[in-house]
Design a protein around this ligand. Structure first.
Ligand code: FPP
Ligand code: MG
Length: 275
């Protein structure tokens, strides 16, 4: 957890701004009866891992942002966290899950109909933010990410006895591609060179693989078990991700990116011990 705190502290000011905007998004979004639904959802925020990836990647390239770049980054972070939220709301409907982040899911409290619509509203809000930005990067990258996430979810539902290769392709599509896109978008805002953009994109992809394999090992995911996937496979992706950012200049932001990697892999041991 210390590693996670260190990584988030490196971008604390920006993360607080993102959190503030998200906590008030229901006022801006929709009033009346639906307000309660959004308030309930945002009462229990996540870790802001994806906004952290955007901010740390950008600052690893360019520690001092212009005001315009900073505003651009904050807007990207808000949009990306809304898309992530929408995907979790829909994922819990698909998986029939009644608990997440220690509280009942929207489908558990308000039913599937309201939950589908709430996810759609957050999703629309996110793309409204991206569409209002000064460059098309956010919109272009995130529409491709969502397409890949949906395709991966369909594949997961269709091929319940898929091979190891299929398992890896599915987790790449449903989780890793999103994290990779966050790193890419942060790098683009910082005007990173081509090689740096690719390096951060690869780091994000490998971090995403670590994240989903760790989650699946902890949850006892059947596709992972069937394919003999263990935490050692996640460790292989940790090594790859470390190599990806080798060429990026040392800074607290780059350190933040490596801290995130270790936080994810170490969460396995701490959660297994607790269980
Ligand atoms: C979590 O997997 C699920 C995802 C990472 C992606 C879910 C994506 C969709 C439902 C499609 C995209 C939809 C929108 C609106 C963007 P999991 O069930 O293995 O993990 P969990 O333990 O967190 O539930
Ligand atoms: Mg799920």
């Amino acid at each position: 957890m210390l590693r996670f705190i260190e990584a988030s502290n490196a971008v604390r000011k920006e993360l607080n701004e993102v959190e503030n905007i998200l906590k008030n998004i229901d006022e801006d979004l929709i009033k009346g009866a639906s307000k309660e639904v959004f308030e309930y959802f945002f009462k229990n925020s996540g870790k802001y891992l994806r906004p952290m990836l955007i901010l740390l990647s950008a600052k690893a390239i360019k520690p001092d942002m212009t005001i315009e770049q900073r505003v651009h980054l904050i807007n990207l972070c808000v949009a990306v966290e809304l898309i992530h939220s929408a995907s979790l709301i829909h994922d819990d409907i698909i998986d029939n899950d009644l608990f997440r982040r220690g509280q009942k899911t929207l489908n558990g409290v308000y039913g599937r109909k309201i939950a589908v619509l709430a996810g759609d509203a957050l999703f629309a809000k996110a793309f409204n933010i991206l569409a209002s930005m000064t460059t098309r990067d956010g919109e272009q990258v995130m529409t491709q990410v969502v397409e890949k996430m949906c395709v991966a979810e369909i594949e997961q539902a269709q091929y319940s006895e898929g091979s190891r290769k299929e398992y890896l392709r599915i987790i790449e599509g449903k989780t890793a591609v999103f994290m990779s896109a966050c790193c890419k978008l942060g790098a683009l805002v910082a005007n990173a060179g081509r090689e740096e953009v690719v390096a951060l994109e690869k780091y994000g992809l490998n971090l995403g693989m670590v994240y989903q394999i760790t989650d699946d090992c902890l949850d006892g995911d059947l596709n992972a078990i069937r394919n003999n996937i263990t935490i050692d496979n996640a460790k292989e992706f940790v090594v790859k991700a470390e190599l990806d950012v080798e060429g990026i200049e040392s800074s607290i932001y780059k350190e933040g990116l490596t801290n995130l990697l270790y936080y994810v892999i170490e969460s396995y041991d701490s959660k297994v011990k607790k269980a």
